[in-house]
Design a protein around this ligand. Structure first.
Ligand code: NAD
Length: 364
């Protein structure tokens, strides 16, 4: 890979390679774009097979955060960090503290959060060495796990997609199939149930499925059978790339909206869904509730749930706008979301440039 060409292609700002022999840390921090504010994004710990795999992942994820903030009206930039290693076998406080010192040295340009392989305990450890961290548990002075806010936003996205395909956003009597009942999916199931939806669920772990059956009256299917469930909304809340060549023809839903990142294996799958008449709520907009919560935390705003959830509820109207723009332009919803996010970034850059010119022209 020609690294600088790759950075140029998508205008990345900075990459920091983090190496600490004493703790065994090998990590990377990628800043994609800080036009809208300091770059916020999770710290992922994963046993990447090669260093190049880690680099490719952190670059892709950092850019995704820029678009997520831009489309959801959040004044933050896009960044991400990764630690190479197994989170179960190789994670230690000294490793996290070493990573935290690299984050602190960036002076607030990058703000970490939790991601795959890290949790709120790890954020508390980072908080011991840097102020630039979100998702810190309540006992350590933070706002805690953002999954609840993410799930609420996903439910708002589900309503918008439902409205696009049925003319009504009322979930009562509708059938929602949920793939994955983890931190987010379990709450999505609860919200949809409270709004009167009928549920079919799956997970590779038995316990959350049992609870959904007993507590929410959900039907359960084997993980791979979820694609064949005839339903109004399919909600992917586990892994990414689940809309792919293998699954595309199997979907029996009217719309897709969920928490998982990178739901489309490739961007061409967005157009393929459109061709099949399946409405799609772009993942990075629909799952931006957690980011909205993190923004409040890093701004130091009191974590007033009612106010945060009010903001998160705007995901419904934003998803509706994206679907409308996609219809008007005859393009897929993800492409429409990308264009709208880029428009906001372009406008922010233009205003920023004008402001700097004005400021520099003023007498001191
Ligand atoms: P999680 O790890 O708590 O939950 C994922 C669940 O999916 C687990 O219960 C797991 O057993 C299940 N699962 C894994 N493979 C599966 C398969 N093949 N079929 C069915 N179930 C399977 O993760 P989470 O925090 O709930 O996040 C879910 C998704 O949403 C992830 O892709 C994450 O990146 C994304 N996301 C999460 C947040 C957040 O606030 N937590 C925010 C934005 C995006």
């Amino acid at each position: 890979m020609d690294l600088f060409d790759r950075l140029d292609e998508h205008d990345y700002e900075k990459i920091v390679f983090c190496n600490d022999g004493a703790s065994g840390l090998r990590g990377i921090i990628a800043i994609h774009d800080t036009t809208l504010g300091p770059a916020l994004g999770g710290l992922r710990m994963f046993p990447y097979e090669t260093e190049e795999d880690a680099l490719v992942d952190v670059l892709r994820l950092a850019r995704g955060m820029t678009y997520k903030a831009a489309i959801s009206g959040v004044n933050l930039g896009g960044g991400k960090s990764v630690i190479i290693g197994g989170s179960r076998s190789e994670k230690s406080d000294s490793l996290l503290e070493a990573m935290g010192r690299f984050i602190e040295a960036m002076g607030g340009e990058y703000i970490a959060g939790q991601d795959i392989g890290t949790g709120s305990h790890d954020m508390a450890v980072l908080r011991g060495v840097t102020r630039h961290v979100s998702c810190v548990p309540h006992h350590a002075g933070g706002a805690g796990d953002p999954s609840h806010a993410t799930a609420y936003g996903v439910t708002c996205g589900i309503r918008a997609v439902l409205e696009a395909v049925t003319g009504s956003d009322d979930l009562a009597g509708r059938h929602v199939a949920i793939q994955g009942l983890g931190h987010v999916g379990a709450f999505v199931a609860r919200y949809c149930h409270e709004e009167g939806a009928r549920l079919t669920v799956c997970d590779i772990v038995e316990e959350p499925v049992r609870r959904a059956r007993e507590e929410l009256g959900a039907a359960a299917v084997a993980p791979d059978a979820i694609y064949d469930v005839e339903c109004d909304i399919f909600s992917p809340c586990s892994v990414g790339a689940i809309v792919n060549d293998r699954t595309l023809e199997r979907f029996r839903c009217a719309g897709i909206a969920g928490a998982a990142n990178n739901v489309l294996a490739e961007s061409r799958h967005g157009a393929a869904l459109m061709k099949r008449g399946i409405a799609y709520g772009p993942d990075y907009l629909v799952n931006s509730g957690g980011l909205i919560r993190c923004q409040e935390e890093v701004l130091g705003a009191p974590t007033d749930d009612a106010r945060i959830f009010e903001k998160v509820s705007q995901i419904q109207s934003q998803t509706r706008s994206v679907i409308r723009v996609a219809e008007e332009l005859g393009i897929g919803t993800e492409e429409a979301a990308n264009r709208m996010a880029e428009e906001r970034l372009h406008e922010a850059r233009r205003v920023g440039k004008a402001w700097n010119t004005l400021r520099n022209a003023r007498p001191a």
